[in-house]
Design a protein around this ligand. Structure first.
Ligand code: PLP
Length: 374
C-alpha cells in the first residue's frame, strides 16, 4: 500500500470561494474577470508582454506552432528528453522534429549540440526547462539570432524560476506554461501562452478565439467580428481561472513549502552522493522546486530501488522515455543515438514532492534510499 504518494494536488482552500464567485457571476466561459486577473498577475509579476490562459500547456504549444506558420517539412529542434506535447504541437503542423541530446549532467538540451543540427529547413528551437531549471539561454538565443530562428520555451515546469535574474518564459519569442495538477501552481488542467515578441500579440488572440477577431470586438476595437484566420478553441473556462487565481495568491506559500522539502532531500541525500547523482544548479539558475530527482547507476539499479521503495509504501517514479526511440518517431529519427538522453530515461528517478508533503515523510524517503544503498 502506498503511504507516501508521488504527488498530491495542493489546495490552498481559497479556490472554492473564487470558483463560487465565478459561478454566481454567470460568466463561465473564457476571458471572464478571473482570467483577466490572472493575465494581469503574470504580466505585472514577470514583465511578460502578453499572457493568454489556455486549456493546457499542450494547447499553448499548438497555438505557438500555428503562430509560427509551421508547415510540411519544416524542422524544429528540441531535446528528446521531454514530454510528447513538446513534439506533437509541431508534428501536427507537419514539422520534422530534430532531437538534440541532453547535457551529460542535466536533462536540459545540450546547447553546444544545437548548431550542428541546423539546416536550411530549421524554423525554431524549443528548449525545455527540465524540473524548472533554466536551459543555457544566452547561448541558445545567440544561436537562434545567428540563424534567424524562433525560440519557443517549453516552460511547463518553470513557473517562478529564473535565469540570470530574468524569469523563464521571458526569453523565447513565445513560451508555454502548464497548470496541470502535477505542476507547482495548478487548476486541474490549464496552461498559458506567453507572447514576448509583440508581432504575435494580435494573431495569438485571434487563433486562440477560433480564428475570429472576437477579442478585439469585445474591447470595442471593431464593430463586428468574424472569421479572419485559422484557429481553435484554446480559452480556459473562467471557473478554472478562478481556481487558478486562488493558487496564484498563495504562490509564495506554495513555493516556500516546496523549496523547504527540496532542500531536505538535497541535504540528506548529499551523504550518499558517491552512489547517486543529485541535482546541482549553477549560479545562472534558480530552483523552483518543481521536482527532486536522483540519477541511479543504471536501469537495473533504478528498477530495484523503485521496487524497494514501493515495498515501503513510497511512490517514486521514472520520467520521460526518449522520444527519439519511441514507437512513433524512431524510424523518422533514424539511427542516431543520444546517449545522455538515454541515460536519463533509464536512470532518473523522481521522489515524492508536493507542497503539503510532511517533512517526516521526506526524511523517511531519504532514509529508505540510504538504507537501499548500504
Ligand atoms: C506537463 C508538461 C507539458 C504538458 O502540459 P499540459 O498542461 O498537461 O498540457 C508539456 N511539456 C512539459 C515539459 C511538461 O512537463
Amino acid at each position: 500500500m502506498i503511504k507516501i504518494p508521488f504527488n498530491k494536488p495542493y489546495i490552498t482552500g481559497t479556490e472554492i470561494t473564487y470558483v463560487q464567485e465565478a459561478i454566481v457571476s454567470g460568466k463561465l466561459s473564457g476571458d471572464g474577470s478571473f482570467t483577466k486577473k490572472c493575465h494581469q498577475f503574470f504580466e505585472q509579476k514577470y514583465g511578460f508582454t502578453k499572457v493568454l490562459l489556455t486549456t493546457s500547456c499542450t494547447d499553448a504549444l499548438e497555438l505557438a506552432a500555428i503562430l509560427l506558420n509551421i508547415k510540411d517539412g519544416d524542422e524544429v529542434i528540441m531535446p528528446s528528453y521531454t514530454f510528447v506535447s513538446t513534439a506533437n504541437a509541431f508534428v501536427l503542423r507537419g514539422a520534422k522534429i530534430i532531437f538534440a541530446d541532453s547535457l551529460l549532467n542535466h536533462p536540459n538540451i545540450d546547447v553546444s549540440k544545437v548548431e550542428s543540427l541546423i539546416t536550411q529547413k530549421t524554423i525554431a528551437i524549443v528548449p525545455v526547462h527540465y524540473g524548472g531549471v533554466a536551459c543555457e539561454m544566452d547561448e541558445l538565443i545567440a544561436i537562434a539570432n545567428k540563424y534567424n530562428l524562433f525560440v519557443i520555451e517549453d516552460a511547463a515546469q518553470a513557473i517562478d524560476s529564473f535565469y540570470k535574474g530574468k524569469p523563464l518564459g521571458s526569453f523565447g519569442h513565445l513560451a508555454a506554461f502548464s497548470f496541470h495538477d502535477t505542476k507547482n501552481i495548478i487548476c486541474g488542467e490549464g496552461g498559458m501562452l506567453v507572447v514576448n515578441d509583440a508581432q504575435f500579440v494580435k494573431r495569438a488572440e485571434i487563433v486562440r478565439e477560433k480564428g475570429t477577431n472576437r477579442s478585439a470586438f469585445f474591447r470595442g476595437e471593431v464593430d463586428k467580428y468574424g472569421w479572419v484566420d485559422m484557429g481553435s478553441s484554446f480559452l480556459l473556462s473562467d471557473i478554472l481561472a478562478a481556481f487558478l487565481w486562488g493558487q496564484l495568491l498563495e504562490m509564495e506559500v506554495i513555493q516556500t513549502k516546496r523549496k523547504k522539502l527540496w532542500h531536505i532531500y538535497y541535504e540528506k541525500l548529499s551523504k550518499i552522493s558517491t552512489r547517486i547523482i543529485i541535482p546541482q544548479l549553477n549560479t545562472n539558475q534558480t530552483n523552483n522546486a518543481h521536482a527532486f530527482y536522483i540519477i541511479c547507476k543504471n536501469l537495473d539499479e533504478r528498477n530495484s530501488l523503485i521496487a524497494y521503495l514501493k515495498d515501503k509504501g513510497i511512490a517514486a517514479v521514472f520520467h520521460y522515455v526518449s522520444l527519439h526511440k519511441s514507437v512513433f518517431y524512431a524510424d523518422i529519427h533514424g539511427n542516431n543515438p543520444l546517449p545522455a538522453c538515454e541515460k536519463f530515461s533509464d536512470c532518473l528517478l523522481r521522489l515524492p514532492l508536493f507542497a503539503d508533503l510532511n517533512e517526516n515523510c521526506v526524511n523517511e524517503v531519504c532514509q529508505a534510499i540510504i538504507d537501499f544503498y548500504q
